[in-house]
Design a protein around this ligand. Structure first.
Ligand SMILES: [Fe+2]
Ligand SMILES: [Fe+2]
Length: 705
């Protein structure tokens, strides 16, 4: 919106010039006396006379009465019309005509639109002249006042419209901005734009250990490229900004160098002196939050808005460089900006408060998530840090995608929010493990330690029981039959086989045969307890576990562990995520899906069905599991070996090959100093990944000892 503005011209007083301009042609027809109310000019060239008046009386409202023959009116009307159309001062000329001609010519010869106040065929007496001139000037002045009134009204409406638009515009801009620094810049940008200010600064009230100070936070000057540094100063009346922050008063100073001696504020000219600037007009406002507390100050300097021309962009368009610029282009801030800018400052304060609270909530939530993850991972000290490292690698991979020029990633770009979404999903990806018995995670052999001990004790008991049975029958040792020796030998063999088969990495293809050979002894190797209950050689559950052919988990245990992703989904879905984070549960749940459909929980197949974020997470998850040297019996797999494994997984259609290459080449796995933080004291094994790997190629390096 542009147009004339009421800046500094809302006064109803004005200076004017009145004249009667008489054409030489009709001079002899007119008698007149001089009057103090108007000038009488007689001329042979009416148009030239008009030009002269316009030049000599440029700053005045013109009221002109032309006394001319009808024949000259057409040429004069075009001169008035022509200049009036392009003259910004057209509203300053009010013109009427007294025409001389023959009766009957009026209708056909008077040009359209001419303001004719009289038409004469014969001479005009001095009395008539005075009466006519007085009446004409009264009418013209009346017209002017009417137009002036309506124009002022229009200007006021336009100002109100501009102000409202500015408030809406700034409100929208502030509500969209989440970055605190950018928010301050936006506030200052709009403040300067609205008021046409050349420079501005924002001060923020800070509280440290109960003492409030004012921080000079951000500053910008259109006409000077000045660097600035943040600093703090006491919150007191010794500075202009401090005064406003303490008193809450709005200061509108036309010229800071002409402040009254008794003024409670004083201007410090050191900035002007050191930077060759000239601070003149100043508008300083407090920023009040929703509870009327002053949280900052906006200081605007040197309004460049002109009274006559208004574009709304004076702040950027007008540059102050010469001494004359500083002398003539700077205007006082218009009074109405005091109220408007107070409203803007209020909006700004609330936006800043909202922003601060939003960041605080986000920060608290993030810390809560991290604390929860830390708590869960601490159930097994070896798992500490896994989720943090996976999150770090995921975010690094996403940033690599953003920077990548490869065509496969051309259309993908992670926004700030999407990066945060990925980070949260990665932090929470194994959260479902909270529902699972930690013993399963640390089950290193096919039998739990307590079950293995129980079995060996039972076999020892059986051994002694057999010995005792035979010793009772045969008093002399030498009489003991071979049958007993045979049984005891078989029992020793069973104990050896059990210890051997208990190891998770034994992959003899004849596990079933070995177990069957042990079970073939069950009818001769057993005993009963004191209650006559049968104590078998091997119990069914022991047989089931020893028959495990891959790793240390039986099928049920494997399913329980795999269920962690479903528990993750259930738990993470319960968090009331904002709309932009609504996909976090799904992303977190899919980190064990494989592109070839062999993953879990849903055996999803193909890139189109597994979210990109989950495909990234799958790679980071495997890398961290293999890279961890976190258990007494497991060494870290060398990096090159891990890369080979990841590439094999991609080649076999399980992992996303493009992502694997980006992950390796871009060193997304290299978390640098993050890996050495106090929090990440231990590493974490993902048992499933570990088992998958050791069953194929990592048996030696990862074998328990
Ligand atoms: Fe997992
Ligand atoms: Fe994991």
């Amino acid at each position: 919106m542009s147009g004339k503005k009421a800046v500094m011209e809302t006064t109803t007083s004005f200076s004017y010039y009145r004249a009667v301009i008489i054409s030489e042609t009709v001079r002899s027809e007119i008698s007149f006396s001089e009057s103090p109310d108007y000038e009488i000019l007689i001329t042979a060239d009416i148009t030239a006379q008009l030009r002269a008046i316009r030049t000599q009386q440029a700053d005045k409202i013109l009221f002109l009465l032309f006394v001319i023959p009808l024949a000259e009116s057409a040429g004069l009307q075009s001169a008035i019309g022509k200049t009036a159309g392009s003259n910004p001062k057209k509203d300053k000329e009010y013109v009427s005509f007294l025409l001389f001609g023959k009766a009957g010519e009026i209708a056909e010869k008077v040009p359209d639109g001419l303001h004719v106040s009289g038409f004469r065929e014969s001479e005009v007496t001095a009395g008539e002249f005075a009466f006519l001139a007085g009446k004409v000037f009264e009418t013209l002045q009346g017209d002017f006042l009417k137009i002036q009134e309506s124009e002022e009204h229009t200007i006021k409406l336009m100002d109100a419209w501009n102000d409202q638009e500015s408030l809406i515009e700034i409100g929208k801009a502030l509500s969209l901005e989440k970055d605190p620094d950018k928010l301050l810049r936006t506030i200052l940008y709009f403040s300067k734009k609205i008021t046409g200010a050349d420079a501005g600064s924002i001060f923020i009230v800070e509280k440290h250990e109960g003492i409030k100070r004012l921080r000079f936070k951000y500053s910008h000057t259109f006409s000077k490229d000045l660097s600035y540094e943040e600093f703090t100063m006491p919150l007191d009346n010794n500075s202009i900004a401090g005064y406003v922050a303490v008193t809450g008063q709005v200061l509108n100073i036309p010229d800071v160098y002409t402040l009254d001696q008794n003024s409670p504020i004083a201007f410090n000219p050191s900035f002007d002196t050191s930077h060759g600037y000239r601070t003149k007009s100043m508008l300083v406002l407090p920023m009040r939050n929703h509870i009327d507390e002053i949280i900052g100050v906006i200081q605007l300097i040197n309004s460049k808005e002109s009274a006559e021309f208004y574009t709304g962009n004076e702040a950027f368009e007008v540059r102050l460089s010469t001494q004359d610029d500083f002398k003539f282009r700077i205007k006082p801030f218009h009074k109405r900006y005091e109220n408007l800018m107070e409203a803007v400052a209020g909006q700004a304060a609330i936006a800043m408060e909202n922003n601060r609270m939003l960041l605080q909530i986000e920060h608290q939530f993030e810390e809560f998530v991290k604390a929860s993850v830390t708590a869960i991972e601490s159930r097994d000290p070896a798992t500490s840090g896994h989720s943090f490292r996976v999150a770090g690698m995921c975010v690094r991979t996403a940033l690599l995608i953003n920077d990548s020029s490869a065509s496969v990633f051309n259309t993908t770009n992670f926004s700030e929010i999407q990066l945060k979404e990925l980070e949260f999903a990665a932090l929470l990806h194994d959260f479902g493990k909270v529902y699972i018995d930690p013993a399963i995670f640390i089950k290193a052999k096919k039998l739990y330690p307590r079950d293995f001990e129980y079995l060996m004790m039972r076999l020892n008991f059986l051994y002694r029981s057999i010995e005792l049975t035979y010793l009772e029958k045969y008093s002399a040792y030498n009489d003991l039959p071979n049958e007993m020796r045979d049984k005891l030998q078989k029992l020793m063999l069973v104990m050896e086989k059990v210890a051997h088969l208990n190891e998770p990495f034994v992959r003899t293809d004849d596990v079933d045969d070995e177990i069957n050979s042990m079970l073939s002894f069950k009818d001769e190797l057993y005993c009963t307890d004191l209650q006559d209950h049968l104590i078998p050689l091997l119990e069914d559950s022991e047989v089931k576990n020893l028959k495990i052919k891959r790793g240390s988990l039986n099928d049920e245990e494997r399913k329980v562990i795999e269920s962690h992703v479903v528990h993750t989904y259930t738990f993470v879905s319960k968090i009331p995520w904002p709309e932009e984070y609504i996909n976090i549960p799904e992303i977190a749940m899919r980190h064990h899906e494989k592109l070839d459909g062999t993953g879990y929980p849903d055996r999803l197949k193909g890139k189109e069905n597994i979210p990109l974020q989950s495909r990234i997470m799958a790679i980071a998850d495997i890398f961290d599991a293999l890279n961890a040297a976190d258990r007494p019996y497991k060494k870290a797999v060398p990096k090159d070996k891990i890369f080979d494994i990841l590439r094999e997984e991609a080649a076999s259609g399980k992992l996303d090959g493009d992502l694997v290459e980006l992950f390796i080449a871009g060193k997304a796995w290299d978390l640098g100093a993050d890996e050495g933080t106090d929090r990440i004291l231990h590493h974490f094994i993902n048992p499933l990944v570990l088992r998958t790997r050791i069953d194929t190629s990592e048996a030696d390096t990862a074998a328990p000892v």
